[in-house]
Design a binder for this molecule. Sequence first.
Ligand code: SAM
Length: 353
Amino acid sequence: MKENKIPINQIILDDNINFMKSLPDECIDLIFADPPYNMNLQKELLRPNGLKFEGVNDEWDKFNSLEHYKEESLKWIKECLRILKKNGSFWIIGSYQNIHIIGNILQNLNAWIIGEIIWEKTNPVPNFGGTRFVNDHETLLWVVKNKNSSFTFNYKTMKFLNKGKQMKSIWNFAICSGKERLKDENGKKIHSTQKPLQLLERIILASSKYNDLVFDPFIGTATTAHAAKKWGRNYLGVELFERYYNASIERLKNVEENMEDDNVKFASFDKKQEKVTFKDLIDANLINVEENIYIQNLKLKFNIDGTITYLNEKYSPNALCKKIFNKPTNAWEVIKINNQKISEIRKKYRDKN
Ligand SMILES: C[S@@+](CC[C@H](N)C(=O)[O-])C[C@H]1O[C@@H](n2cnc3c(N)ncnc32)[C@H](O)[C@@H]1O
């Protein structure tokens, strides 16, 4: 096990494998990877007006062969799985050219794919030649280390963000454009594949906790770091090219943590409620043992230890309710004091603590 220090809230200018090798095992909560697509555009694509289409034809997306792409992918995926915490989440985005290769590598390494998201682009690039379907989506794989991982899924937060309905696996977002798109001094886009911020926000809010460490080995223009910083997560990203690295540093200077939507930021709806006992309410003077309690028409009293005596025998409240109703019964909902269910008194206790 390596014991190196982990830098946080930094963008690193380096080759990602080289950098990941400096990290200890199992130190990252969430990894988002947007690797090269292996698009290998062989000839220029022209728009109907004759102008060149600026697709992904960048230096970082050039590989000698499919085998070369596979070899390189295996290297970074292995490192990502090594640094991912045992209950961490690993997301990879890709298109039809590469996502199957990546899925295959992951499964061969015994990683466990727990979901697939389709990012449907609401403003896709048309198929200029009219030769194939418009390619209006990208695929995301949500992966954990193995079958036994107990990963974070902020289900209720997602449902809240989806207006009370369960969040589904087809997500609609526009490709990054307008003010969000980083441009250089000549108004040209800095990065050909800058992802929409909303896509990263959803991933981070769904599968990480406040203060978690989010890592992106292909940070590009720091969309992942932007979303992480906005939602109070720590970030760490690596980029090979100085031009994108510089754009990332500039971009992050202007990002502030969201201070308004605390329920979303802290995933409050998904927090497991702390267990409260009947005795806790007695100790907190919210229940007075001298007071009468009612189970239907039965008038009884609590003992100081949170039990109830009935026909000279001591019972836990739930056991007594089971006996009286002749079936498992939630004592918190049927025992009343002054016409108030004790679940309401428990709520007061939780609100106070
Ligand atoms: C598909 S882009 C990521 C775009 C990013 N998600 C964004 O929203 O800006 C892939 C990025 O990975 C970088 N990259 C490619 N190979 C790399 C390597 N070995 N180490 C670090 N970065 C690399 C490329 O320079 C490119 O910026």
